[in-house]
Design a protein around this ligand. Structure first.
Ligand code: CMP
Length: 153
């Protein structure tokens, strides 16, 4: 099984969409293995968005990300990184496919509700960036028997 990091951004909290987004991930058959609220400081955002540091929107992105707590989660499943990326949709909510989280719920490029890991490698880096070992739960989910076929587990 693969794990992927999901951060619900301040606009999700402000708009009361936490349950909607978690519900979609649960209904897809993904398994929640860590979840917490967190207010990000400068250093973690500088690290997380290092690849955007020269972009004109870097300062406003950081201000936005610090404007309310994030809901930080770790979801597990077969091909979880690609599955959750597909469910999330394109960066800009105005062009993201309908049916995706951003396509259905966001109308903005910056306030796009959710961050998800973009590769298996970044998922591992982001897991250690946002979670301590003791915050990640290795639990047996009975629904796995129904969610996956015998040959997939
Ligand atoms: P995400 O893809 O999760 O990570 C980078 C974030 O920067 C992106 O979501 C948006 O929240 C934000 N972003 C990307 N492009 C722009 C832009 N042109 N203007 C403002 N914010 C942006």
């Amino acid at each position: 099984m693969q794990r992927t990091v999901v951060l619900l951004k301040p606009d999700t909290i402000q708009r009361g969409l936490i349950g909607e987004i978690i519900g979609r991930l649960e209904k897809k058959g993904l398994k929640l293995v860590a979840m917490k609220m967190m207010i990000c400081g400068d250093s973690i955002l500088d690290e997380h968005y290092a690849h955007h540091k020269d972009k004109p929107f870097f300062a406003s992105l950081k201000k936005f990300m610090m404007s309310a707590p994030l809901v930080c989660m770790l979801w597990e499943g077969l091909d979880a990184v690609d599955v959750v990326r597909k469910m999330t949709g394109a960066t800009n909510g105005r062009v993201a496919d309908l049916g995706s989280i951003r396509g259905d719920l966001s109308n903005s490029q910056s306030n796009n509700l959710i961050h998800v890991s973009d590769s298996a490698e970044s998922a591992q880096i982001e897991e250690t960036r946002f979670f301590e070992k003791g915050e990640v739960f290795d639990w047996k989910r009975l629904a796995d028997e129904a969610v996956y076929g015998e040959d997939e587990k």
